[in-house]
Design a protein around this ligand. Structure first.
Ligand SMILES: Cc1cc2nc3c(=O)[nH]c(=O)nc-3n(C[C@H](O)[C@H](O)[C@H](O)COP(=O)(O)OP(=O)(O)OC[C@H]3O[C@@H](n4cnc5c(N)ncnc54)[C@H](O)[C@@H]3O)c2cc1C
Length: 251
């Protein structure tokens, strides 16, 4: 896990389109900043007319393009979704991303739920070995990016709560059945899912990394709004995380 050089500047918008229901992909024309982006890191996006910048993970990085995949949930993301031209101010990359080195010879297991799928895509592209994505959603229509993971060479196990695609129920049940001692987990998703994955990892003595999505205001560790308990100590999700070792996270 590492921190990198950060920038606070405006980038020209290439596109900002709805790519799945209520999910938009924002692409900006990037420069050297792409060399400093690491899977699991995020940017604080300045939205006109909104007081606080909004944290959104790096979804994809190409030579001169930076992409973000975000769900429209409230005031900030609604206003953001209506901007399709001009420039946008971004602060980042921020935080410490996933550790891609320590367990590089293990079988890689990515677990994602909800908006968590947005950040693990960049991770899936960067990991040296392709593995299995465990992806849970409410229904088939809530499953995003499956083609992108297939194109990257990942095996995919899907579950939906209504049974419309894959196994019926929670993806953590599928994970529990299949997880092996030589797997390493990378997880990003809602807190109940994270809790369950942490429990399974403990039970099976499997190591890994969890990315937390605490509410945050500054993204720099100053406001202390995103404090979490990690290894018995208070840590800031934005500065010390958002990625932490699974066995140290206390939810
Ligand atoms: C490190 C990090 C990475 C994230 N990456 C993504 C991503 O790639 N794609 C995506 O769709 N969403 C992501 N989120 C969640 C996203 O930041 C929120 O959905 C967004 O800020 C909501 O803003 P809003 O104004 O539309 O909603 P509102 O609810 O109106 O926001 C009000 C305030 O709450 C904060 N907030 C609300 N929900 C969240 C949340 N779940 N997490 C953190 N802050 C929140 C906002 O920053 C804002 O200050 C990420 C959150 C964090 C912390």
């Amino acid at each position: 896990m590492r921190a990198s050089k950060r920038f606070d500047k405006s980038y020209e918008i290439i596109s900002n389109k709805e790519v799945y229901a209520v999910y938009f992909e924002l692409k900006v024309k990037a420069d050297d900043v792409v060399k400093h982006c690491y899977p699991g890191q995020f940017f604080m996006i300045e939205v006109p007319g909104v007081f606080l910048r909004r944290p959104i993970s790096v979804h994809d990085v190409k030579k001169d393009t930076l992409s973000f995949l975000y769900k429209v949930v409230g005031k900030g993301t609604t206003i953001l979704s209506k901007i399709s031209t001009g420039a946008i101010r971004l602060l980042g990359p921020l935080g410490k991303g996933y550790d891609l080195e320590t367990y590089k010879d293990f079988n890689h297991v990515i677990v994602a739920g909800g908006t968590g799928i947005a950040s693990v895509h960049f991770l899936a592209a960067k990991l040296n070995k392709k593995g299995t994505l465990y992806y849970g959603a409410r229904s088939q229509r809530d499953l995003l990016c499956l083609d992108k993971f297939e194109n990257l060479g990942w095996k995919i196990k899907v579950s939906t709560e209504d049974g419309s695609k894959g196994s019926k129920g929670y993806i953590t049940d599928v994970l529990q059945k299949n997880l092996k001692s030589d797997d390493v987990i990378f997880v990003c998703g809602p807190t109940p899912m994270l809790k369950k994955v942490l429990e399974i990892a403990m039970l099976k003595n499997v190591k890994g990394f969890a990315s937390l999505e605490e509410k945050m205001a500054c993204g720099l560790g100053t406001c202390q709004g995103c404090a979490v308990k990690v290894d018995g100590k208070t840590k800031m999700t934005c500065k010390d995380g958002p990625v932490f070792k699974i066995e140290q996270v206390e939810l």
